[in-house]
Design a protein around this ligand. Sequence first.
Ligand SMILES: Nc1ncnc2c1ncn2[C@@H]1O[C@H](COP(=O)(O)OP(=O)(O)O)[C@@H](O)[C@H]1O
Ligand SMILES: [Mg+2]
Length: 234
Amino acid sequence: MASLRNPFTVGQPVAPERFVGRENLIATAFDQIYNRSNLAIWGGPGMGKTSFLNLLTSHQVWQSEDIDPSTAVIVYLSCLEIKPFFPATFWRRIIYLIREKTKDNPTLQAKTLELLKKPKSTKDNLRYILKKIGEENKFLVLLLDDYNVTLNSHSQYTETDVETFLSECRNLAYHSSERRYLSMIVTSLRRLNETGPRLTPEKSPWYNHYAFQQLKPLNQNEVDSLLNKIEITP
Ligand SMILES: Nc1ncnc2c1ncn2[C@@H]1O[C@H](COP(=O)(O)OP(=O)(O)O)[C@@H](O)[C@H]1O
Ligand SMILES: [Mg+2]
């Protein structure tokens, strides 16, 4: 007897070819990427955040949106991977992933290696690599999943450290001249301004360089097209 296979993806993001719906969000994400702008997506567990970021790593999807993926360095990182969260580990991991994604580029290989030899990585290291990426006529698409992790302080990552980290990210994506070579798309469980450090009049808002989009449950049409993909034998 032929065994029946579960047609649903369980416990991991859905593969791009099985991804359904979210057309508006896909268009918004590519608008932001095209303009080297930033996007913050929020939604509860299981809503499809990882699946969505994973979709944005697919070169086929880029082509179907009429954007050439060959000039982009597309890096996906779940902030949950960095446990406990430390900014230095975060910057280092991104530089490492850029290196992994640019194996065909000797300049970027040399520059990333040089930085990875240093004992500690900083935001300015990434900024330097962004400059080099720009000089190579490329740009970085940073897909940061579970970004809310970066907002949780712990014994060696104080609330002040959280604020410093967030302002470094904003600095990179908004104030630096290298922002022309960067588009950041982050996901979180709740809207960033509702979870992160509270604003005070003397502090600049750490999240207002993002466009915000909420990930809602799939609508009826999307559910129908998901079910249509499944062959159900009576
Ligand atoms: N657009 C989609 N099309 C098809 N299945 C999806 C889609 N988005 C999410 N899923 C399903 O939901 C499950 C949970 O999605 P996931 O991306 O892991 O959510 P989150 O990262 O928000 O927790 C996946 O295993 C997949 O089966
Ligand atoms: Mg996820």
